[in-house]
Design a protein around this ligand. Structure first.
Ligand code: CA
Ligand code: CA
Length: 260
């Protein structure tokens, strides 16, 4: 084969690996990409999952998440997990990265109506080796806390609430090595948010006796109702049982508050 032809063949073989190759993946929300279920006017959280090639050892991370202000009224902080924080590190490692924290919420400067909040972390800056950001399996690394808007019209609808957050330096997600010389390519996935409509058991956007009947049949094991199942949790105690029938019945007889 002529040298030129050989180079073309090599380029064709190598190109897909270069274009498609990602160093890691992030999931904002459900690890399978499915929708999150939020109640309105309540505290909710968005987990962030990470998975990467086994040879990636990022030592600086900025992972920002933006959310649409129509749906999210407040960002009361959040929590960091391994490897940012690690209470039981492997022998010879520190308890987590040298510095890791959640940043204050800030207006998203690229897109009006969005607020951004990030998690920032550095390792290997001082002392002995830190636990690397090296997750071959999906692992939960952050949980952003947020408070949903108290807007009744959201109930029952599913929206794109999240986009990649704003990062003043890189304008997005950034992972790099200790020296900041190499930046890793990270693919991000964002879950949609479904706003729960408790009491609307048959998902027709109103609450009436047909919902009561369906919930009754469901608890007898004689019927199913549309996702998400929590729409049957009328009294907001996390389980679906006869107390929800009583709660819904009282509401429909003007004898109690609406399901929430
Ligand atoms: Ca209904
Ligand atoms: Ca319940």
């Amino acid at each position: 084969m002529k040298r030129d032809n050989l180079l073309i063949v090599l380029a064709i073989i190598l190109l897909p690996a270069i274009v498609i190759g990602q160093d890691g993946e992030l999931w904002f929300g459900q690890p399978d990409g499915g929708p999150l279920v939020f109640r309105i006017d309540s505290d909710e959280s968005v987990p962030v999952w990470f998975k990467c090639n086994p040879d990636l050892s990022a030592a600086a991370a900025h992972i920002p998440l933006s959310s649409d202000d129509r749906f999210i009224s407040e960002r009361p902080g959040g929590e960091l997990f391994e490897p940012f924080v690690n209470e039981n590190p492997p022998e010879g490692f520190d308890k987590g990265w040298d510095s890791a924290y959640l940043m204050e919420p800030m207006p998203h400067q690229d897109r009006n109506g969005f607020t951004s909040q990030g998690a920032l972390g550095f390792s290997d800056l001082v002392g002995k080796s830190n636990v690397p950001l090296n997750c071959e399996q999906q692992c939960k690394i952050i949980e952003f806390k947020m408070c949903t808007a108290g807007d009744d019209s959201l109930r029952g609808h599913t929206y794109d609430v999240f986009i990649e957050g704003f990062n003043p330096r890189s304008k997005g997600i950034r992972l790099s090595d200790t020296m900041g010389v190499r930046t890793y390519e990270i693919e991000a996935h964002f879950s949609q948010v479904h706003f729960l409509y408790p009491g609307d058991i048959n998902a027709d956007f109103k609450i009436d006796n047909s919902d009561l009947e369906l919930l009754d049949n469901y608890l007898k094991g004689e019927a199913k109702f549309p996702w998400p199942e929590l729409r049957g949790d009328c009294n907001n105690d996390g389980v679906i049982d006869k107390a929800d029938i009583t709660f819904l019945s009282d509401y429909l007889n003007n004898n109690g508050p609406p399901p929430k």
